[in-house]
Design a protein around this ligand. Structure first.
Ligand SMILES: [Zn+2]
Length: 121
């Protein structure tokens, strides 16, 4: 399989992944809403509900971040920039894309970005 063919095969994979993530995000939002509705009533354990909604909230947060990354990746596929590192512009290795199809940066730039984030925190 050539790089171009591989990237084409990722398109449907990303679209499917996006659909799944969007679906589970919807479920989590419903769950958050019902946890909220329950805590408005006077039954149930508020401590457990607060904890549960925090967990669901975190999950929803990481999924909405992933969904945004997937949508960015699909946009880059559409524009023809997919597979090039956002920072250095070099092609992202196929092995990395196989592991993380929505990767926007090569490993080196991603590490630089993350260590910068750690320093900034
Ligand atoms: Zn790079």
């Amino acid at each position: 399989m050539t790089r171009v063919q591989f990237i084409q095969s990722l398109t449907s994979q990303l679209e499917r992944r996006g659909e799944q993530t969007r679906g589970s995000l919807r479920v989590e939002m419903d769950e958050l809403q019902s946890l909220h509705d329950q805590s408005v009533g006077d039954f149930g354990d508020r401590g457990i509900e607060a904890h549960a909604s925090e967990l669901v909230g975190k999950l929803a947060e990481s999924e909405s971040r992933e969904l945004a990354e997937i949508e960015d990746a699909l946009q880059r596929l559409h524009d023809g920039h997919f597979g090039d590192c956002l920072d250095c512009g070099k092609p992202i290795p196929v092995n990395r894309l196989r592991a993380i199809p929505h990767a926007a940066r090569c490993i080196r730039c991603q590490e630089t970005l993350e260590s910068g984030r750690l320093l900034a925190a």
